[in-house]
Design a binder for this molecule. Structure first.
Ligand SMILES: [Zn+2]
Length: 268
């Protein structure tokens, strides 16, 4: 029951994320104003706003102008629903003792994954990282994690985060500086800083490695399938978003696995 509720909550959140993604780009407020069809500007009725279901009933078309609705919308809703279930499940099953405080962690982690979904889609769609979203988010995690640390709920300290920001932001800032902005963009630098406040300094290195491994595999795949040429620049923030998510939950496990593997190989 809890997980059904989590999925419904997550898909509604996903529907809100869609409007954040779209309206941030067009410069509208996402707090006021009804949702409308981007093609014919028809205001959507309540039954056209039900996550996933409306899309299926309307067969992916606007009821006003029959313009095709991008499948990205229902995908964002489904993925947000599934990720919400995942966060609730992991937080509850990982909690030992003090479980009354786990809600503060769930709240933070949900905010983190919704943010990662927005940044993922935004960069994929428009090859941009919106300052209006990422800068306040960095501030939010900084303050929220300090509070959690003071109340003994989380073990990410302010030092962890500052070093994390220096490592994550600095890693991309150095590349930006060396290449004069050709290899990475300013968005990657801010993304590195965000990862620093979400993960802390120890996990950020894991996340960067995962992002590069994922990035190389997917680029190779796309090159082989001739979807892109060698000159094509693939947006990197989606990889960073995925690697941050993986590291949030499996960072320690991956590091442990890696060292076990190295030990076995060295043993041979
Ligand atoms: Zn329309």
């Amino acid at each position: 029951m809890l997980y059904v509720f989590s999925f419904i909550f997550g898909s509604i959140a996903g529907s809100f994320l869609n409007s954040v993604i779209y309206r941030t780009y067009t410069g509208q407020s996402f707090l006021i104003g009804r949702s409308f069809c981007p093609a014919c500007k028809k205001t959507l009725k309540w039954y056209e706003l039900i996550p996933v279901i409306s899309f299926l009933i309307q067969r992916g078309k606007c009821r006003g102008c029959s313009q095709k609705i991008s499948p990205i919308y229902p995908l964002v809703e489904i993925i947000s629903g599934l990720l919400t279930v995942g966060v609730v499940y992991f937080s509850i099953s990982n909690c030992t003792g003090m479980c009354d405080k786990v809600y503060f962690l769930i709240l933070r982690d949900l905010f983190a994954i919704y943010l990662l979904v927005v940044l993922f889609v935004y960069d994929l769609k428009w090859k941009l990282v919106p300052d209006k979203i990422i800068l306040p988010a960095i501030g939010f995690f900084l303050i929220y994690n300090i509070l959690l640390y003071l109340f003994n709920i989380s073990d990410i300290s302010i030092i962890d985060m500052i070093v994390g920001v220096l490592v994550g932001g600095g890693f991309f800032a150095a590349q930006f500086w060396i290449s004069k902005g050709r290899w990475v963009g300013g968005g990657d630098v801010r993304m590195g800083a965000l990862m620093g406040v979400i993960l802390g300094w120890s996990d950020i290195v894991v996340a960067l490695v995962i992002a590069y491994v994922l990035g190389s595999f997917i680029s190779m795949f796309l090159l082989l399938w001739k979807k892109i040429g060698l000159q094509h620049r693939i947006p990197f923030v989606p990889f960073l978003a995925v690697s941050t998510l993986i590291t949030m939950y499996w960072g320690e496990f991956i590091v442990q696995y890696y060292f076990d593997l190295v030990n076995i190989l060295v043993g041979i």
